[in-house]
Design a protein. Sequence first.
Length: 463
Amino acid sequence: MKNKVLNFSISLLFIITFSISGFAQKSIGGYYTYETECLGVELDGSQTVKSWGNGRNREDAIEQAKKNAIRDVLFNGIKKGKPDCNVKPVIFEVNAQEKYEDYFNKFFADGGEYDKFCSPKDGSKYHVEVIKDRKKAGSQETYGLIVRVLRADLKAKMKEDNIIQSTSTISSQNTTTQSPSNQNDAVSNTNDSNTSEEPQYRGDPLKGLDVSTAKKEMEIGNYYALIIGIDNYTGEWPKLKNAVADAKAVEGLLKEKYRFNTFHTLYNEKATRDNVIKEFEWLVQNVKSKDNVLIYYSGHGDFKQELNKGYWVPVDAAKQSTSNYISNNDIQTFLGGIKSSHTLLISDACFSGDIFRGKTVSFPYENTEKYYQKVYNLPSRKAISSGGIEPVMDGGRDGHSVFAYYLLKSLNTNSNKYFDASQLYENIKIPIVNNSEQTPNFQPIKDSGDEGGQFLFILKDNE
């Protein structure tokens, strides 16, 4: 009997020693015992992760694990586990926790708002594993937690509370809430009364969708359009014949057929570099997280081989010098700073495809309810260009460029209530390639905040 007890005691001591030594090898400092691990991405864009937390008891450890999951998504990105999760953090700013210390202390306080952005996966039990580390003062329990982090909602919250800001937002803090180009008589606005009350429109294209994460109602904010067209170039840049006609035709069609609240337009002499930049700054300052933005540019473009960079050419760029151009890098920065749900850039200019530099990934189009659920819930920053890094045609058919002709045709013949940007591109790609020497492009804009969603054109109610 004594031998059995002795053998049992030795075995138990071995197990305890092995467990403690194994735990010590995996333990790291700070809030974490293990690195947060990606288990997958859900239909609504939320990230399912496995996180860990320490506490005096089970409840404390679980709450700490939830906080750790949110912290990693916010500040670090999820780098371990499946590659589905976004490895980039929601907040890129260095030392954001210290800069907004009071905000995040309140956000992560017990019972704070952090809890709104995570939920247990499929209602499963939080408890995955318990480890007690006796080497610390008192008894500390470590719990693993499988949890869904609502990344898109979390990002929208950070934008609404002005935690996420672009450099263009900071540099334009003195911009008033009125369109700066309006003050210079440089912009034509319509439906301005809609911008003051910020109306919310509701519809339900996902009605009947048997998905637990589907929203019962679609909440849609304002639709903004910034439309730029330039024919009257001077100096070293030749005049164009169809750019303004193309831009005005797009403006007229959108006003007549689709739901848009506000139009800002810059035509010919109004489309200076200063006015274009001010319009971008206005969008950064005034667009809300549920709003949608369409930007259409028709004019000259340029590409500097020695700089490996593309540009828009505003009307006041009389010389072929980058000093008066607007670079695609600047445009990309502004698009990342606009706090919209969806932003779509349509550029009909030479070398406009340069804005796509870098590898990106999108959801392939499917005519299914699940597809629309994905693209509605995820933010998007995408562009349709009339060509790649190549010249494109000004002339075409019926007084429009080839690109604008088929773009207008597709938007005009559409009869679906909801028409997304990928469907628009698929409609125009083949006829443009078959009837010109250019190849249009449609991709997410790199490093601007795209998470796989799609801009939706929505027919007016009387359509």
